[in-house]
Write a protein that binds this ligand. Structure first.
Ligand code: GDP
Ligand code: MG
Length: 300
């Protein structure tokens, strides 16, 4: 009779790849809830996000890297920095590309950096819902020649296809280790931070033009009323200029109401309670340039 306990495995896993390739969407899908904001606009994820995936026999700690890149000219540099940071002190790297990609460009920079590290890399071909199955094989062949990947796994983070196989392959590469974080934790980020990010996500989605990039969201109060199954949240949306305030408010306040309504749905789902969300807009000149303010808002 085999009485041995199954091995408990744990470790850190970086998710890297070009902005917009689907890193945050994948992380949210794996965790089964939204912690990393995802949007069609690049440079959505400003901070490193830790997603904790708890299993009976393991704990996988996913790191979603920020997608900041202001100037396209700096994108390659950014990709190199991102890849270097992502390889340090992790057990596995998930390198995301898109099924519609033609190899080359920025992705080669990442491959180059990865080739200098001994960390196992899984090539994740995302967005397979956008291509015919036959399109995958040539892509796989090209990438397989570039490097010895620990695995090559096609997925659709959006639809969930292939994600279980990816999690399994990732788990198999982890060393035996402890449960680093309590089992009921999904992220190391405070709830206030996620709430602010959910509001910011709706601003990115619902406000066009360049305004959203100069926007920060700060949760000013967060009050639990357990007897009423309610959380009351007040959050300030900081903008740099007066005209931006008008845009966020919208005609008769309809824009900010729509932002608040959509964000509330996400926040209620995350917290599992009813939420009363009060949003207001403040003009705070040059907050994006002030180091002190940036730190205060958690943007390191
Ligand atoms: P990130 O910048 O790498 O974190 O990318 P996001 O997760 O923010 O995703 C960027 C955009 O790609 C969003 O509009 C997502 O909805 C979309 N996206 C992500 N995964 C998939 C996928 O598997 N299929 C399709 N069709 N779209 C996806
Ligand atoms: Mg992202």
């Amino acid at each position: 009779m085999n009485t041995e306990q199954p091995t408990f495995r744990s470790g850190f896993v970086s998710i890297i790849g070009r902005p917009n390739v689907g890193k945050s969407t994948l992380l949210n899908r794996i965790l089964g809830q939204k912690i990393a904001i995802a949007s069609p606009k690049p440079q959505t994820t400003r901070n490193r996000i830790l997603g904790i995936h708890n299993l009976d026999d393991g704990q996988i700690l996913f790191l979603d890297t920020p997608g900041i890149h202001r100037a396209t000219g700096k994108l390659n540099r950014y990709m190199v920095d991102q890849a270097m940071a992502a390889c340090a002190d992790v057990d596995v790297v998930l390198f995301l590309i898109e099924a519609t990609d033609r190899p080359g460009g920025g992705d080669d920079f990442i491959l180059d950096v990865l080739s200098r590290s001994s960390v196992p890399v899984i090539l994740v071909i995302n967005k397979i819902d956008q291509v015919a199955p036959e399109a995958l094989l040539p892509l796989i062949e090209i990438y397989a020649q570039k490097r010895d990947f620990a695995a090559i796994i096609p997925i659709s983070g959006l639809k969930g296809r292939g994600v279980d196989a990816l999690v399994k392959a990732t788990y198999d590469l982890l060393p035996p280790g402890p449960r680093y974080y309590p089992e009921d934790m999904v992220t190391d980020l405070p709830e206030r931070f996620i709430v602010a990010e959910m509001v910011r996500e709706q601003i990115l989605k619902q406000v066009r033009d360049e305004v959203p990039y100069g926007v920060a969201v700060v949760v000013e109060s967060f009050t639990e009323k357990p007897d009423k199954d309610l959380v009351v949240i007040a959050a300030a949306i900081l903008v740099e200029r007066e005209p931006h305030k008008k845009i966020i408010l919208g005609k008769g306040g309809e824009k900010i109401r729509a932002i608040g309504k959509a964000a509330r749905v996400d926040i209620e789902r995350m917290l599992g309670t009813r939420v009363y969300l009060e949003l207001f807009v403040k003009v705070q000149k040059n907050w994006t340039e002030s180091d002190k303010l940036l730190k205060e808002f958690g943007y390191e």
